[in-house]
Ligand binder design. Sequence first.
Ligand SMILES: [Zn+2]
Length: 232
Amino acid sequence: MTTALFREDSYLQSCTGVVTSTSEQGFCVDQTVFYPLGGGQPGDTGTASWDQKKIVVVGTQNSADGIVHIIEPGDAVPPVGSTVELTLDWDRRFAHMRMHTALHLLGSILKYGVTGGNISAIKSRLDFDTEDSVDKESVSAALNALVAANHSVQCRWISEQELDENPSLVRTMSVQPPRGKGDIRLLEIESVDLQPCGGTHVRSTGEIGAIRIGKVEKKGRRNRRVNIHFAD
Ligand SMILES: [Zn+2]
C-alpha cells in the first residue's frame, strides 16, 4: 500500500518514493503527495523524475496495489525499486483544496443532505436533497462572510471507541462517520463544520478567496445543484 502523505500535510508539493509495482497504466510507490481520485476530488497531476528521466503524471487513482500514478501511453515507467521524485502540479491541486474547503462552507450554509458533488480547479458543485429554492444572493453573502472570517481548518483522527464515548460529538457532525473501517479522519472548520472527510483542504478559510455562486439547477423534484466559481 501507499502512505498518503497529503493526509497529514496537504501543503507538501513534492516527495521521494520507492516504486513498489508497475503496470501498463503507471506505477505505485511506498509514499506519495499525490491525492487519488475520490470523494468528488480529481486525482492529482504532476511529474515523476528518476535517473535523469522525467515523465508527466496525468492522473492518480486507487488500486489494490496502492495509489497508481498514471503515465502517458508510450512513456517509460520507472522500474520497481527505483527512487522517484514526485512533484505536484501545485496550482491545480491548491485550487482543488480551495474549492473543496469552499464546498464544506456551502454545506454548512445549506443544511440539507448532500447526495453528490464534484470538484475542479475551475468550478465545483454540490447536489442537495431538497425541494426548497436556493437564494443565490443570501448564500453568496453567507459563504463569502465565512471566507472573510478566516476560520481555521484542521484535520484529526479519531477512533471508533472515542466516537462511542462522545455521542455529543457524533451529533454535531453534519455527515455521520463510517463505521467498521478503523480510525476516522475528521475535518473541522472552527465553529462552522465538523464531518468525516479524507480530502485535501486549506489551513484557513481566508485562503479560499472570494467565491461566486453560479447556476442553481433543478435536477429532479428533490435535487438542487449549486455551482460555485472563484470570483477572481
Ligand atoms: Zn473535505
